[in-house]
Design a protein around this ligand. Sequence first.
Ligand SMILES: [Zn+2]
Length: 257
Amino acid sequence: MAYLSRYLKIIIFLTAVSGLFCVFSRSAKAADIPVLMYHYIAAPQATTTLPGLYLGPDIFESQLQEIKKHEYNVVFISEVAGSLRQAQPLPKCSLALTFDDGYEDFYTKAFPLLKKYGLKSALYVIINRLDTPGYVTRSQIKEMAESGLVEIGSHTFNHPDLRTKKYKDAVFEIRDSRSELEKISGYPVRTFAYPYGHFNTDDLSIAAASGYWGAVSVKSGVSQSADNLWQIKRLRPGQLSGQAFSNWLRESFRSEY
Ligand SMILES: [Zn+2]
């Protein structure tokens, strides 16, 4: 018995230090899955009014290293939506990475790091900003989609506040952007991100009727469910790096929201 309890202690200790202390699926159609939300991978510009959207490449790399080190199971956001829809739980400790807006530094800074660590991410692009200064190009999108590490998602044609749009314009921005982006990327577009995280009930129904598997919001949390496929929650990893990031991520699995 003494041996048994010693082994048990060792196992508990290893589990705790490894970070694999995630809460498992709540049920077949609900699970705790952190979906991390990023924007720019760059040091904040002195003039910016939104420093929270920036994360330096060194800090981002440190976060990827922690994710790798603790063996989290990084999946595409479409896999999160797909698993909830089909009630097929993902492996424990799964998480997804997402980037909004399709900034150029995703291609120049984030994509090389994702390749280095072999980690998957989604990139939500604004179609009418492609090939303009500061944003990714159509050919970069094709290249990244073909790499198997980047899943392209729609973030509309024009990045409007959808709540202010007429119904037919919202349909254009949400539904038609999906088919257009499939032509550009050459791959299925499975998920959608609401610009600014804003939507009304019509927008939720349009998203649900547009052929997507799910849509991401900016609502904070990790408890995902099949009932909430059109408002998938996300988390902002902030400026945390190293052990602090690791602790934050591990704790996020235990949160109740
Ligand atoms: Zn955006």
